[in-house]
Design a protein around this ligand. Structure first.
Ligand code: NIG
Ligand code: FE
Length: 415
């Protein structure tokens, strides 16, 4: 936790301590000639240079002169599958030749293939691999990362994945905060083929109690021929009774009603939503479920993008995240996420920034502590190498981040 002053900076931030909904997602506070003071890891001042208070002379502060460049809140990547064994480049080639994601999965590839590899990989090796991705994410301005289990599908390996996340989170010089999600219901493992209900029983009776305290959220791949509505509901209700907050992979491949289920259960977020119904959209908006949209996955699967505008126009809160994983979306690119959201999902750059900061924080139930540049929030700041945030989608897929600050410490510095 550091003491840091950032002077001569253009502050660009959403405002508030909860999800920003609908049209208000486009409202950012812009303060030219700004000054940010971070004291012991928390923002103590973010405003004009003129009004900046003096700090105590006996307290040492690092100083950055941003030379008029833009500061944004640290990006929140609220949906990733950061921990995994192996890679699946062959499947990507098969998909380019016309195979579908679900047909590969139904043949025993897909998620099960990464499960086989993850079961064989040590915690140390999983951590080393994940740290490489964390370092790249930090260079792109990410300061908070949600990471899911879900490539174990047996108690030991699911717990091994959660332990890897917790050990990474506790590394003394870690560059991001890591938030763990239990996703034992990511696929039905081969040992339980044709016995989905029995596998859900195993999750409820054995895995969820063991994962308690190691994961904040419980997620499910709610999808046709994977965990359909009844199994997803049974599982999530049991998880909620044990104190987990709820997330769903919903309506990703077909329109199943996962969006509606997320509203019925009061989930914190429903994610993907490429094929959500209009009824699901309005139910999520009414219940305040954050719609976490993952444009890199739609891009990599050649699927239609999620209806971001419909969500925003009915007053829902939209978050954006990468979905980094070895199968459907082997990318953690924040710059490309921004470009796709603006170009293909018709989100404005302001809405996109809100979706990657304050609303990403809300999707992790953390909007009161991160996601905006305001006093009291953690000192997570991205300084761009330019004085105009409009460059973010325009410079397609390229990294405009110069400096990433996590809890008041400079953790990445790009040339
Ligand atoms: O969010 N759809 C389910 N889960 C991941 C993909 C995981 C994988 O293919 O390994 C997703 O797209
Ligand atoms: Fe996912």
């Amino acid at each position: 936790m550091g003491n840091l002053k950032i002077k001569n900076v253009t502050i660009v931030t959403p405002v508030g301590r909860e999800a920003v909904k609908g049209d208000r997602m486009g409202e950012l506070s812009v303060i030219p000639k700004g000054y940010i003071i971070i004291t012991e890891g928390k923002i103590s001042y973010a405003g004009s240079m003129e009004d900046a208070p003096a700090t105590r002379p006996d307290e040492h502060y690092e100083e950055i002169d941003a030379q008029g460049n833009v500061a944004l809140p640290g990006f929140v990547d609220s949906h990733t599958h950061l921990i995994f064994g192996g890679f699946r480049p062959d499947e990507f080639q098969w998909r380019l030749k016309g195979d579908s994601y679900m047909s590969i999965m139904e043949r025993g590839g897909g998620i099960q293939s990464t499960v086989n590899a993850t079961r064989e990989t040590s915690v140390e090796e999983l951590k080393k691999k994940a740290q490489w991705f964390i370092d790249r994410m930090s260079e792109m301005g990410v300061t908070t990362v949600e990471a899911k289990s879900g490539y174990g599908l047996d108690s030991d390996t699911e717990i091994k994945m959660l332990d890897a996340i917790s050990e990474l989170a506790n590394e003394p010089d870690q560059k991001v905060e890591l938030i763990a999600t239990f996703l034992g219901a990511h696929a039905v493992p081969k040992e339980y083929a044709g016995r989905t209900g029995e596998y859900v029983d195993l999750i409820i009776n054995e895995m969820l109690p063991k994962a308690k305290g190691k994961a904040k959220f419980c997620d499910v791949f709610c999808e046709k021929n994977v965990f359909e509505l009844a199994d997803s509901k049974r599982l999530l209700q049991a998880a909620e009774a044990m104190g987990y907050s709820l997330k769903l992979h919903a309506d990703e491949i077909v329109t199943l009603g996962g969006g509606e289920l997320s509203a019925e259960l009061g989930a914190i977020s429903a994610d993907h939503l490429l094929h959500i119904s209009d009824k699901g959209i309005s139910m999520m908006a009414d219940k305040g479920v954050v719609a976490t949209l993952l444009p890199l996955t739609a891009f990599a699967l050649k699927e239609p993008y999620a209806p971001a505008r419909k969500f925003i126009d009915v007053g829902a809160a939209v978050a954006l995240a990468t979905d980094l994983n070895p199968g459907s979306c082997f990318s953690g690119s924040i710059p490309l996420t921004i470009a796709l959201a603006c170009i293909y999902m018709n989100m404005s750059i302001e809405e996109t920034i809100t979706a990657l900061t304050l609303n990403g924080a809300a999707a992790l139930d953390m909007a009161h502590e991160i996601g905006s540049l305001e006093p009291g929030k953690r000192g997570d700041v991205v300084i761009l190498g330019c004085d105009n945030y409009h460059i973010l989608p325009y410079y397609v897929g390229m990294n405009c981040v110069k400096t990433t600050v996590y809890a008041g410490k400079i953790v990445s510095q790009n040339p």
